[in-house]
Write a protein that binds this ligand. Structure first.
Ligand code: ZN
Length: 277
């Protein structure tokens, strides 16, 4: 077997682990998972002192930390109070992640609402630059991960997430395979589709396949896009061809399992990957 280049994580505290985020780090390692995504989705409440303990445990247990920023953000909003809230939530999430020794915080880019696509892009860019300015001022080092969205009404399809990186180097696309499928941004059905997806991103972001960040689950969707996440056994999108493609092409990075079965499914993904590696 080759070296394991892809690490797998539960999206939040694994179901079988007692305690909070701190306990989840060691518990993830004991189950054989080399990464953990902290869920700050209902607000960032992490204090610097408890984050320092997480950082230490993550180092000791060799578990890579990332996080998911609060849901209540919209980088495209035209309302002043919502701009301020978006900046505060994403900044706090990046800060708490860096305190924990993490490298990336994932956020949902936003909604078009009444804006055209280009207007929405420019609005998001402006807000992200304000977040970066605050991060620089407070010496916060953390990448911002633009998750590819699953609804057609949401800003942040594959092309937009990649373009955010092209125009703002500190923002990185986070591939949510289920969302790509549900929104119709990429087919995600066969090994060939997955290879093309990584090739498409790699062409615009050379080196992306050396440290990609992604979310995986199955998904129920309509013509408007995502409805809800499902266990990976639903095979929408199928996980086996993705694991094979990642293993055979020597791609490095992280897959965070967002299925309702969290670590149970993360371990199935990892076993499948290891069988192909
Ligand atoms: Zn998300």
């Amino acid at each position: 077997m080759r070296k394991q280049l892809v690490r797998f994580a539960s999206a939040g505290i694994p179901i079988q682990c007692g305690g909070g985020n701190l306990e989840a780090v060691q518990c993830s390692r004991e189950m054989g998972l080399g990464a953990l995504e902290l869920e700050f989705v209902r607000g960032v409440k992490m204090k610097e002192a408890s984050a320092a303990q997480i950082k230490e445990s993550a180092r000791k247990n060799d578990v890579l930390i990332s996080s998911h920023a609060p849901y209540y953000v919209n980088c495209c909003t035209q309302e002043k109070s919502k701009v301020a809230g978006t900046i505060r939530h994403i900044f706090s999430s990046a800060q708490a992640t860096s305190w924990c020794g993490g490298t990336i915080t994932v956020f949902h880019p936003g909604y078009y609402q009444k804006l055209g696509k280009e207007e929405a892009f420019q609005a998001a860019k402006k807000v992200l630059l304000m977040i970066k300015e605050r991060m620089d001022k407070e010496k916060v080092k953390c990448a911002l991960g633009a998750e590819t969205v699953g609804k057609k009404s949401a800003f942040g399809g594959l092309d937009e997430a990649v373009r955010l990186h092209e125009e703002l180097g500190f923002v990185w696309p986070v591939l949510d395979f289920a969302h790509l499928l549900a929104r119709g941004d990429f087919p995600c059905k066969s090994e060939e589709d997955y290879r093309k997806l990584f090739d498409t991103v790699e062409k615009r972001i050379p080196g992306y396949g050396k440290d990609f960040h992604s979310h995986f689950s199955s998904i129920e969707y309509t013509d408007k896009g995502e409805r809800n996440h499902l266990p990976i056994s639903a095979n929408r999108p199928p996980y086996k061809p993705l694991m094979k493609m990642l293993a055979e092409n020597g791609i490095s990075g992280r897959v965070v399992c967002e299925s309702p079965r969290l670590e149970y499914d993360a371990l199935i993904l990892q076993n499948e990957y290891l069988e192909c590696a």
